[in-house]
Write a protein that binds this ligand. Structure first.
Ligand SMILES: [Zn+2]
Length: 403
């Protein structure tokens, strides 16, 4: 970060001109982080005042990282290992570019036998390759957290710890939760508190003493109080909520979003419906901006129903000097193709801005179906957030040659 220094000349270090100059002098001191005074022999002294440093932080939010049976099969290599490089190849650049990329890990790492729907257990390579694709933090409170019971919960946490993948949402026990939650992200001079909750765990009771953060206003109120006490620049709540395959938020999501903002949460990022729902940037009475994204959709899955094979990445750019504010918020769309329709070995996630020359006609058709239906819907329902086109062919080719 650059430090901008401003030289300010005043008549004397000690104000002699009365109240007005005194106040001016005082405000200079207050503005300055470090002010050095020099005496140069004349009666004119020089103050070096640092203007507040401007910090920037780019956050990227992705939806559900799913692992259905056909995805696991597609990632199986000839030597018996698993590799998802091909799946993330076209998204890696965009994900890695963000200072911090956060996604919902909606499977468990519970060892073999690897299973898809309805109770997920994925190869450890899936997490490793999510990390290689640029994801920095995983959310683990969702309706599939308990799919493989205690072993699934604990081994997923253990694997994330051993790979150095920070995570939040589920805990081995209360002591671990006390120690690690609310989750504090410290990056680029920012302190961001992250929260994560799920509406349920598909009717599977959370095994004791494990904890999967539930959407419960009593618990969340306490957590938000604890979050505020951490003196954060922003509090972001990741909510696993809503109704599957519904592209409009239901009443309880809208009510809960309002409640979270009232409680002091700054931004809300939702998931679970497996389809995208609208995103808005709200401005409160103080002129502060709050992102509410009801559902990001699947990031990767084997689902093929309308809208489930596409989703959005939300990019939030924060800026901080004496205050923290939203500098920009936008989103990009992507789509997922399955081996059965694309002819490729693996599922692939593509930005919608990928040129036709890099995809098959069947893939281009799928993309067009997605964008032609979701864009008019978003135009009507999104508020103050714009879509950006992200794919850059020259840096893609460059990154391919570097790999
Ligand atoms: Zn879910």
């Amino acid at each position: 970060m650059k430090r901008n220094k401003v030289l300010v000349c005043i008549q004397s270090v000690l104000p002699r001109g009365g109240v007005r100059e005194g106040l001016f002098f005082l405000s200079l001191l207050l503005l300055s982080c470090t002010a050095n005074s020099q005496t140069n022999g004349s009666d004119e002294d020089t103050l070096t005042v640092d203007t507040p440093q401007v910090h920037h932080l780019s956050l990227l939010f992705a939806g559900d990282l799913m692992q259905h049976g056909p995805q696991i099969k597609g990632a199986l290599q000839a030597d018996g290992t698993y590799d998802y490089t091909e799946c993330f190849r076209y998204m890696k650049q965009e994900i890695s570019e963000a200072d911090v990329a956060i996604a919902n890990f909606e499977t468990t790492l519970a060892e073999k036998p690897y299973t898809g729907y309805p109770t997920f257990s994925a190869p450890d390579a899936f997490l490793r390759d999510c990390q290689k694709a640029g994801f920095d933090i995983m959310l683990t409170a969702n309706n599939h957290t308990c799919d493989k019971g205690k072993k699934g919960i604990e081994r997923t946490i253990q694997m994330m710890d051993s790979l150095g993948m920070p995570h939040l949402g589920s805990y081995v026990d209360e002591a671990a939760r006390q120690e690690q939650y609310p989750f504090l992200l410290e990056k680029n001079g920012f302190r961001i508190v992250l929260l994560n909750y799920t509406y349920g765990t598909n009717g599977i009771p959370v095994p004791k003493p494990n904890i999967v953060n539930p959407i419960d206003t009593t618990i969340m109120r306490q957590d938000i109080q604890a979050a505020k006490a951490m003196n954060p620049d922003a509090i972001i709540a990741f909510m696993h909520w809503g109704v599957e395959y519904t592209i409009r938020p239901i009443a309880s999501q809208v009510t809960m979003a309002d409640w979270l903002l009232q409680q002091g949460v700054t931004h809300i990022i939702g998931g679970h419906p497996h389809v995208v729902e609208p995103i808005e940037l709200r401005e409160d009475d103080n002129g502060e901006k709050h992102v509410v994204a009801y559902s990001l959709g699947n990031f990767v899955s084997n689902q093929s129903q309308e809208y489930t094979y596409g989703g959005m990445l939300v990019k939030l750019e924060l800026e901080k000097d004496t205050t923290t504010r939203v500098a920009d918020c936008n989103y990009s769309l992507y789509f997922v193709t399955r081996p059965a329709m694309s002819g490729h070995k693996q599922h692939r996630v593509y930005p919608v801005s990928i040129p036709d020359s890099l995809i098959t006609p069947a893939e281009a058709k799928l993309r067009n179906t997605f964008i032609n239906s979701i864009r008019p819907f978003f135009e009507t329902h999104n508020k103050n957030v714009r879509e950006v086109m992200t794919f850059d062919i020259s840096s893609f080719i460059e990154s391919e040659t570097n790999d």
